[in-house]
Design a protein around this ligand. Structure first.
Ligand SMILES: Nc1ncnc2c1ncn2[C@@H]1O[C@H](COP(=O)(O)OP(=O)(O)OP(=O)(O)O)[C@@H](O)[C@H]1O
Ligand SMILES: [Mg+2]
Length: 308
């Protein structure tokens, strides 16, 4: 049985206008998205800025309203109860937030930040709590003396580790990792990614791994969903996406992955120009009226593409 099953999820935000502030339209942030995650699996969610990735993550965490669709967890429909605090579901699903600089409360010490979920869900004595926080810090490669410091005393990479320690405190079954490394230097990115992978093995958690960069998620994800204009344009295994990208938008994302080999740069630039020309030409096959994303269609047992 799938751990998480999302069916036909829609999240629309009202746009208010005029002096009366009436609803004059909607931003369709997510507009009909379905996927499921098996226990221990990592699914990548990739797309450009504004395509709706964080909104999917937030709706799974109950941090935004849901316009339509259902979310099932461990076989139970939790769509209506997802926003209830302190439910067993909220203990099983955690999030690592996109912005390392605003997601940690600047007035709280690391000890209080990491212990917060423990205080919400588990009644521990002060000594037990301190022991657990020290263990969590050591899992993310930090020493116990960091517990008494404040977030401003840390670098971006270290802050992200504190966010990871908080997210794993309750041994959740699923973590939504929202661009966990995009604010970090390239050299630190690999470190944090490797760490996330190791912790996943150890605690047997599933990840929904959000990124705008196909290069970053390549070694993390067994399956990938490519998102554009609030919908999935392609879904498949790592091999389907990286070796047999079919949707014109996915092809463009792949062509945009930077190559570190300077000898290949010229080829890459040519390849990118070709893909961009193809994008204009093939647009009608992949988008209704140049914008609307078609429903996904299977092209193999594992691979689905949204096209005419
Ligand atoms: N609370 C909100 N009210 C109104 N519009 C919103 C709200 N949250 C998100 N949106 C809009 O929904 C769309 C999708 O936003 P979302 O944050 O999910 O994108 P994203 O794919 O995570 O982008 P990024 O890569 O920049 O983080 C955007 O057009 C955004 O402006
Ligand atoms: Mg986002």
């Amino acid at each position: 049985m799938a751990l998480l099953e999302v069916k036909d999820l829609k999240v629309h935000f009202p746009i208010h206008g005029g002096i009366l502030g009436r609803v004059v339209g909607y931003v369709k942030a997510v507009d009909g998205v379905s996927f499921s995650i098996e226990p221990g699996q990592t699914i990548g969610l990739v797309g450009e800025s504004g395509s709706g990735k964080s909104t999917i993550g937030k709706s799974i965490l109950g941090l935004t309203h849901i316009t339509a669709g259902t979310i099932r967890f461990d076989g139970k429909d939790i769509t209506k109860s997802v926003r209830k605090n302190r439910s067993p579901y909220r203990k099983s699903v955690q999030m690592i937030f996109q912005d390392v600089y605003s997601s940690l409360n600047p007035r709280k010490r690391v000890l209080d930040i990491v212990a917060e979920p423990l205080r919400n869900f588990e009644k521990l004595s002060k000594t037990e709590e301190r022991k657990r926080v020290d263990e969590l810090l050591s899992i993310v490669g930090m020493t116990p003396d960091n517990a008494s410091k404040y977030p401003f005393e840390f670098s971006g990479g270290q802050r992200q580790r504190i966010g990871v320690a908080r997210a794993i405190a309750l041994k959740p079954k699923l973590i939504v990792c929202d661009e966990p490394v995009s604010a970090l230097d390239l050299s630190v990115q690999a470190q944090v990614l490797n760490h996330l992978k190791d912790i996943q093995q150890e605690l047997k958690m599933a990840y929904l791994f959000i990124s705008h960069d196909l290069g970053v998620v390549k070694h993390m994800c067994e399956h990938l969903a490519i998102m554009h204009h609030a919908r999935f344009v392609e879904y498949g295994t790592r091999k389907d996406i990286y070796e047999n990208a079919t949707h014109i938008y996915t092809k463009r994302l792949i062509a945009a992955i930077p190559d570190i080999d300077p000898n290949k740069r010229k080829d890459n630039a040519r390849n990118r120009a070709e893909i961009n020309a193809l994008y204009e030409k093939e647009l009608p096959d992949y988008y209704r009226d140049g914008h609307g994303v078609y429903d996904l269609r299977p092209i193999s047992d594992t691979h689905q593409v949204a096209m005419l």
